[in-house]
Design a protein around this ligand. Structure first.
Ligand SMILES: Nc1ncnc2c1ncn2[C@@H]1O[C@H](COP(=O)(O)OP(=O)(O)OP(=O)(O)O)[C@@H](O)[C@H]1O
Ligand SMILES: [Mg+2]
Length: 298
């Protein structure tokens, strides 16, 4: 029997039950049961209940999040390899129950030696590492230190997504964080992963609507004092008539980070130049001015 077919009490393996002496089981019964196999390759028990406190996404939780103890995670394949992380498709579902299954994006941060790009220290200025032992390990670049660094980025992105989702910014819902793996809502169009903005050519009305949505999202960020820090048409998904902002580990404190305003201006330039190339007359300095004013409470 495969783990797929198992529907009851996966964590409570039945092979240790002493049937002859169990108080709830009449002696006349014959109990048929199978011992649950270990998960197949590419499968694991859902990690939902095993992650640390504070590692699950904000409430109210969307109804599609699968929280069942009996759920299994199945690796469906890689969606995209990035510069510092790989994004996989993971299905979490209760075997045998088609109503309790969902495909999510699993972003797995790589340890530094496996990256093709290093986030510059610009982004980490002012960020504190949670444990001093970890800070020392990161500074020494031990392999433990490198995995802490990857975990720090994953946690930073989880925290950013959680805040922004709660603030109403269009970002994927962060389901959970577990070490270097961030599980989040998979943004789809017609059942497939949504394309990046850079890959689409929206007609003029939709183009203008996309711009308004991005300006609003940047405005909500700015009002909280933040800039994305790596915003471009590559880190925005075109999900039908809406856009969704992704890739947020480096959320910037506009005032607290010495390069905050430069990074905000770069975000504005990246966004506006893409829209201008598609035919929408927008100006990065207007956008920048508006966002700076917002960050000061305007
Ligand atoms: N929640 C999601 N839903 C759909 N697609 C996603 C999601 N998250 C990431 N992707 C896809 O995976 C790609 C890489 O994700 P992301 O930008 O977060 O990682 P990255 O390591 O910074 O990658 P890159 O180096 O390409 O910027 C995205 O461009 C997008 O195509
Ligand atoms: Mg990216």
């Amino acid at each position: 029997m495969s783990a797929h077919e198992f529907v009851e009490y996966p964590h409570d393996r039945t092979d240790h039950i002493d049937l002859d002496h169990h108080p709830d089981i009449p002696a006349s019964w014959t109990l048929a049961f199978d011992v649950v196999d270990d998960p197949d390759d590419g499968q694991r028990w859902s990690t939902w209940l095993s992650v640390e406190r504070g590692s699950r996404g904000p409430e109210p939780r969307p109804g599609w999040v699968v929280t069942d103890e009996a759920a299994m995670d199945t690796e469906l394949g890689i969606l995209k390899t990035g510069k510092e992380a790989d994004v996989f498709l993971v299905e979490r579902g209760v075997p045998g129950d088609d109503n309790r299954r969902v495909v999510m994006a699993a972003k797995r941060y790589r340890t530094e030696e496996h990256r093709s790009f290093h986030r510059s220290a610009v982004y980490t200025e002012g960020r504190r590492t949670r444990r001093s032992r970890d800070a020392r390990a990161m500074a020494k670049k031990t392999s433990y230190g490198r995995s802490v660094a990857a975990g720090e980025w994953a946690h930073a992105e989880f925290a950013a997504l959680s805040r922004l989702w709660a603030a109403g910014v269009p970002v994927p819902y962060p389901v959970q964080i577990d070490g270097t793996e961030l599980l989040m809502e998979l943004i789809t169009v017609d059942g497939a992963a949504a394309p990046r903005l850079a890959q689409v050519r929206p007609e003029p009305l939709l183009l203008a609507s996309y711009y308004d949505q991005i300006r609003d999202a940047m405005g909500v960020l700015a009002r909280s004092g933040w800039a994305h820090g790596d915003l471009s048409a590559y880190n925005i998904l075109a999900a039908g008539d809406r856009v969704v902002v992704i890739d947020l580990p480096q959320l910037i404190d506009i005032v607290g980070n010495p390069q905050g305003t430069d990074l905000l201006l770069r975000d504005c330039r990246n966004v506006c130049s893409w829209f201008r190339a598609r035919g929408l007359e927008v100006d990065e300095h207007d956008l920048f001015g508006e966002l700076v004013a917002r960050s000061f409470g305007g």
